[in-house]
Design a protein around this ligand. Sequence first.
Ligand code: SF4
Length: 345
Amino acid sequence: MSKQRKAVALISGGLDSMLAAKTVMAQGVHVEGINFYTGFCVEGHTHAIREKAKPKRNNALWVAEQLGIKLHIVDVIEDYKKVLINPKHGYGAHLNPCLDCKIFMVNKAKQWLAENDFDFIITGEVIGQRPMSQRKNTMPIIAKQSGADDLLLRPLCAKNLPETLPEREGWIDREKLHDITGRSRKPQMAMAEQFGFDDYSQPAGGCCFLVDKFYSSKLLDLWQAQGSKDYELDDVMLLKVGRHIRPAANFKLIVAREEGEGRFLQGYKKDYVSLISVSHNGPLVLLDGEASAEDLYLAARITARFGQGRDAEQVDVAIVERDGLERVLTVLPLPQAEIPKAWYI
Ligand code: SF4
């Protein structure tokens, strides 16, 4: 009896990786999924706390459940910093280092393969689908620089690529693989229908916040403010929450946009000076940086502006230090017209 081959599929939570895994499973291969958590993943994090947002699910887990496979979620937060801070192949339209990111993830999958005695790797890549990482000329770069070489099978476009080891060895029938190219989603939608998948996630630009223009500009602002491209997971999380306003180079404010965000920011009160209007209802505001007395006064006026006292002549704003020490400033809310657009990050 021939040995049952085992493949690990990179599962982002989108349709392509789901179809790629299913295509290989349909050929009798044992498939397990792997999902890398970089900290920037769109899946199941703080955007899910917005009260008006649709209920969110972790799409990678959901895909695994739909496929009936085991999913390994691997924390790569620390290792990923090198990729994001200094990407050899540069950034995409925003701070997304997609090509280096793919090389990094396939390399991690290759290590996993060796440690777990699996035979090959599957990704849902499609030639021409993404401007940076999914082009015909970047496919061999990913295979080579990740060290996966011909252990990397892309079932959705394999017929347009050189044969891989699983095909040559007969573990996989190349004829039953696909030749999808380009940005159209129609072939994938047709395939989803054939497989009976009628509910799947279609992330617009990619699978992480780094492809988001607004998120990237907040990360860039953080790097500029601290004078280096480093970051911690807390920074990454806080960039996903609230309205970010930088009135001066030495400090910025994070203003909760609704109650869910306010409760989330409460968890950071020991790490940041916080402000909240006490005479009127208003959002919790975190102050990130070092602020002078004058800066605090301005921060209190901005805090008052975002509360229900915005049109009042006086608003009492509590300023709470990291150690819990509290004092109250009475301020005139800063009129909207006096908050320059350039302050909004
Ligand atoms: S969108 Fe984000 S997670 Fe996806 S390849 Fe690009 S950088 Fe990596």
